[in-house]
Design a protein around this ligand. Structure first.
Ligand code: FAD
Length: 352
């Protein structure tokens, strides 16, 4: 049986919840379908020691400040899960957990959302499925012949899983630096950090707060037709969160340039030398999880769906939230998603 509503939100992580908050304020009828059986979006799957790169009050969704975590300036991932679970409950957001959406199709003047547990018909859809379920692994020569363990950021949990192992951590972004730091500070593994280009640490006094300020002033400049002030990428790639700083200052976080290939039992470097390895952790990023939108044929360059703000250019009843800056500046952060969520809800209210 098909269920009817104004708006179907696909994904119940922070982006889906922020959308729900603003849809409720606009008095729209909606449902949030979320594949995970429990609240928290991807935060419930992150590694044990992960902490935010901003203090709690700078990591809040609309309407409710994230409470500080006892004895931690930068809250841990578990604290974020608790906050999101509380947010969902507090605003009585209609989230159906354990419901995976397989396809969104056009159906006359409505959109049909097909999930594993039923079908919904909505006048509009907000897609907020994040990137966590689409880990990206680069095509590196020899990847299929390596007989050791290979994993991605999404399955890394803790240094205890690598006791006495030779581990290669590949990737010069925040995940690579943080996992390399976690392993080296854990002291149980022999760690080699490998990056495509020399790592670019942000100045120590720059955390998520400052990054958000930079993103905000850039957005304002662009809105007012002033010169582009440059985004956060111009400052560096790696936020020097306390563990990263500690590992770097102890000389444990020096990166080697990328190896030329994997072998059955290790890696071959550009100079022809060889190192043995038991495990490779690919911290090589993510792609947006958009497979459910394939029937709408909206894909543009780089696997993104072309948008004006959050609204799909090819399907005005569809909005995209989160994912990356292409759906709004800082839209894939806790503090940044509130604004595009508000804009999407407003545009949908006007459309309806
Ligand atoms: P997600 O949290 O991934 O939620 C998406 C939801 O959609 C999930 O619950 C999933 O089950 C569901 N879903 C997916 N596909 C389907 C489907 N087909 N049908 C139904 N449901 C589906 N941001 C910050 O603000 N501060 C930080 O310190 C910070 N640190 C980060 C550290 C790491 C390692 C990473 C990877 C990201 C970090 N981010 C940080 C960025 C960002 O806040 C997170 O990635 C955040 O989880 C994105 O939220 P989201 O709601 O867009 O996606």
């Amino acid at each position: 049986m098909t269920q009817h509503t104004d708006v179907v939100v696909v994904g119940g992580g922070q982006a889906g919840l922020a959308a729900g908050y603003h849809l409720r304020r606009r008095g729209l009828d909606f449902v949030i379908l979320d594949a995970d059986p429990a609240p928290g979006g991807s935060w419930q799957h992150m590694w044990d020691s992960l902490h935010l790169f901003s203090p709690a009050e700078h990591s809040s969704l609309p309407g409710r400040l994230m409470p500080a975590q006892a004895r931690a300036i930068y809250p841990g991932a578990g604290h974020v899960v608790d906050y999101l679970a509380d947010y969902e409950k507090r605003y009585e957001l209609p989230v159906q957990h354990g419901t995976r959406v397989d396809a969104v199709r056009r159906d006359g003047d409505q959109l049909l959302v097909e999930a594993d547990s039923g079908t919904w018909q909505g006048k509009a859809v907000i897609s907020a499925t994040g990137t966590w379920s689409r880990p990206f692994l680069p095509a590196v020569p020899g990847r299929s012949v390596f007989t050791g363990q290979q994993l991605h950021t999404v399955t890394y949990r803790s240094p205890a899983d690598f006791t006495d192992q030779r581990v290669l951590v590949v990737g010069g972004g925040n995940s690579g630096a943080q996992i390399a730091a976690d392993l080296t500070l854990g002291g149980q593994a022999e760690v080699t950090w490998v990056t495509q280009r020399p790592p670019r640490f942000l100045p120590d006094d720059i955390d998520g707060r400052a990054l958000f300020d930079v993103a905000t002033s850039r957005r304002r400049a662009l809105e007012e037709g002033r010169t582009d002030t440059g985004g956060v990428a111009s400052l560096g790639d790696i936020v020097a969160v306390p563990p990263v700083r500690a590992a770097r200052d102890a000389g444990l976080l020096t990166a080697k340039p990328m190896f030329s290939r994997l072998t059955t039992n290790g890696v071959q470097w550009a100079d022809g030398s060889h190192s043995g390895a038991d495990a490779v952790i690919w911290c090589t990023g993510f792609r947006p999880a958009l497979a459910h939108l394939a029937p709408l044929s909206l894909r543009g360059p780089r696997g993104h769906i072309p948008t004006d703000g959050t609204r799909s250019l090819g399907e005005p009843r569809l909005h995209l939230l989160g994912y990356g800056d292409w759906t709004g500046p800082a839209s894939a952060t806790l503090i940044g998603v509130g604004r595009p969520a508000r804009d999407a809800a407003r545009a949908i209210a006007q459309l309806l």
